[in-house]
Write a protein that binds this ligand. Structure first.
Ligand SMILES: *Cc1c(COP(=O)(O)O)cnc(C)c1O
Length: 427
C-alpha cells in the first residue's frame, strides 16, 4: 500500500497542529502506524491523497448515515450557499429541521440548536441544574459526552485510548459535583441517590454506549434510571448524540420506549455539517434564554448550510424501508464476520444495535467499562492494519463504534466480509 503523500502531509501537519490532527482519535495512536490524509469521500468510500480507496466504517465518527457526498445533501448545501452562509437572525430552516427532529422523536417538545455534541451536553446539564436548583450530576464510567471540563471524568475511548485517565487543566473543583456510576449497574446509581437524595440534578447517559465500543443496555437498566430520576426529582438526560437516528429511526428512546426529560443530539442531525441540539419537555426548555433565565447562545447556531444538510439527511432516512434495509445489511455483516472469525479460530464477540456496531476481540460480551478493557487491543491493532491493507477503514481503536450508511449495499458488505476473511487468517 503506497501512502507516500500521507506520510509527507503528516510530517508537515505535526509541525503545525498538535499531534498532526484536530481531534485526538484520528491519530491512529492506539493501532500503530500513521493517519491517512483524505482527499475525498463518495458513498461508502474514502479516497486518500495517494489514491487508495477504502470502504469506510467510520463515516466521520457517525454523522454520515447517508454516506459521503450524497447528491441530495450536496445539492441542498450548494443551493443554500448562494443565498448566504450565515444570517445571525432566525430563518425558516431552523423551524423546518426542528419539525423533522420532533417527528423522529416525539418525546422532544422543544429544542435549541447548537454547533456540536459537546455544546449540547454542557448546555443540557446547565439547564438541568438550573431547573432542579441542584449541582451534582451522575455520569457513567466509559461514557463520553464531549470535552466539557465537568464531563472529562472516566470518559471513554478517546481519553482512555491515549492513557489520560482525566485531563490536566480540569480543576478539581469543576468535577467535584460529577459522580461516576457503573454502566449497566443500577445498584451503583441507587447508592449515589441514597447518599445524595436532594443534591443530584441529573443523570446523563448514552442509552446505548458507543464510546467504549458498542455496549447495549441490559434489560431494566434504562427503566431503572427513569424510575430513580422520577423518584428523586432529578432530570434524566439521554445523550443521543451518537444513538439518535442511528440505533433506530427515533433513537434509543423510541427503541426502548423510555421517555427521558432531556435529549442531546449531534452527528447525524447535521448531515455532516456541525450541528448539535438539546431538547425535551416544554416546561424545562422554557427556562432557556430568552424564554427563560438560563443563558446559552451561539453566533453560528442554526446556521443555514448546516440546517439544510440536516434536513436533507433526515429526509433520506425517514422511510422505514431504509431502516429495514440497513438492518438486513447489519445482519449480513454480523454473520460474515462471525464465520470469518470462526474459520480463523479467532475469538470475537460482536455487538450491534441498528447501524452501530463493534467487533470485540474477546470471548465474552462486555457490559461495562471494566469488562471492555479485557478485549485484546493488540490483536485489534493487527486486524485494523490488515483491514486497511485490504481496503477497509475501521475506527482506529478497539473501543469505538463502527457505522453503516444507506450506501453500504449488499456488494459493499460482501467485499468487507472478504477483506475480513483475509485479515482474520493473517492474525
Ligand atoms: C460524539 C459525541 C459527543 C460529542 O460531540 P461533538 O460533536 O464531538 O462535540 C457527545 N456525546 C456522545 C454520546 C458522542 O458520541
Amino acid at each position: 500500500m503506497n501512502i507516500q503523500k500521507s506520510i509527507h502531509y503528516f510530517q508537515e501537519a505535526q509541525r503545525l497542529l498538535p499531534g498532526g490532527v484536530d481531534s485526538p482519535v484520528r491519530a491512529f495512536k492506539a493501532v500503530g502506524g500513521q493517519p491517512l490524509f483524505i482527499e475525498r469521500g463518495e458513498g461508502p468510500y474514502l479516497f486518500d491523497v495517494d489514491g487508495n480507496r477504502y470502504i469506510d466504517y467510520v463515516l466521520s465518527w457517525g454523522p454520515l448515515i447517508t454516506g459521503h457526498a450524497h447528491p441530495k445533501v450536496i445539492e441542498a448545501i450548494q443551493e443554500a450557499a448562494v443565498k448566504g452562509t450565515s444570517y445571525g437572525a432566525p430563518s425558516p430552516l431552523e423551524v423546518e429541521l426542528a419539525k423533522r427532529v420532533i417527528d423522529f422523536m416525539p418525546n422532544i417538545e422543544m429544542l435549541r440548536f447548537v454547533n456540536s455534541g459537546t455544546e449540547a451536553t454542557m448546555s443540557a446539564l446547565r439547564l438541568a441544574r438550573a431547573y432542579t436548583q441542584r449541582d451534582k450530576i451522575i455520569k457513567f464510567e466509559g461514557c463520553y459526552h464531549g470535552h466539557a471540563d465537568m464531563l472529562l471524568v472516566q470518559a471513554g475511548s478517546g481519553v482512555v485510548t491515549l492513557g489520560l485517565p482525566d485531563s490536566p487543566g480540569v480543576p478539581a473543583d469543576t468535577v467535584k459535583d460529577t459522580l461516576v456510576a457503573t454502566y449497566n449497574d443500577i445498584a451503583s446509581v441507587e447508592a449515589l441517590f441514597k447518599k445524595y437524595p436532594e443534591e443530584i440534578a441529573a443523570i446523563i447517559v448514552e442509552p446505548v454506549a458507543g464510546n467504549m465500543g458498542v455496549i447495549p443496555p441490559v434489560k431494566g437498566f434504562l427503566e431503572g434510571l427513569k424510575k430513580l430520576t422520577t423518584e428523586y426529582g432529578a432530570i434524566l438526560i439521554f445523550d443521543e448524540v451518537m444513538t439518535g437516528f442511528r440505533v433506530h429511526k427515533g433513537g434509543a428512546q423510541t427503541l426502548y420506549n423510555i421517555q427521558p426529560d432531556l435529549t442531546t443530539l449531534g452527528k447525524v442531525i447535521g448531515g455532516g455539517l456541525p450541528v448539535g441540539a438539546y431538547g425535551g419537555k416544554r416546561e424545562i426548555m422554557q427556562m432557556v434564554a430568552p424564554a427563560g433565565p438560563m443563558y446559552q447562545a451561539g453566533t453560528l447556531s442554526g446556521n443555514p448550510l448546516a440546517m439544510v444538510a440536516g434536513i436533507a439527511a433526515l429526509d433520506l432516512i425517514c422511510d422505514q424501508k431504509v431502516w429495514d434495509e440497513m438492518e438486513a445489511r447489519g445482519k449480513q455483516l454480523d454473520a460474515g464476520i462471525e464465520s470469518a472469525a470462526k474459520r480463523a479460530g479467532v475469538p470475537v464477540t460482536q455487538t450491534r444495535v441498528g447501524t452501530m456496531r463493534t467487533i470485540f476481540f474477546s470471548e465474552t460480551q462486555p457490559r461495562d467499562w471494566n469488562s471492555v478493557k479485557g478485549a485484546d487491543k493488540v490483536r485489534f491493532g493487527k486486524f485494523f492494519r490488515k483491514m486497511l491493507e485490504n481496503g477497509v477503514y475501521l475506527a482506529p481503536s478497539q473501543f469505538e463504534a463502527g457505522f453503516l450508511s444507506i450506501t453500504h449495499d449488499r456488494n459493499v458488505i460482501a467485499a468487507t466480509i472478504s477483506a475480513a476473511e483475509k485479515s482474520m487468517m493473517a492474525l
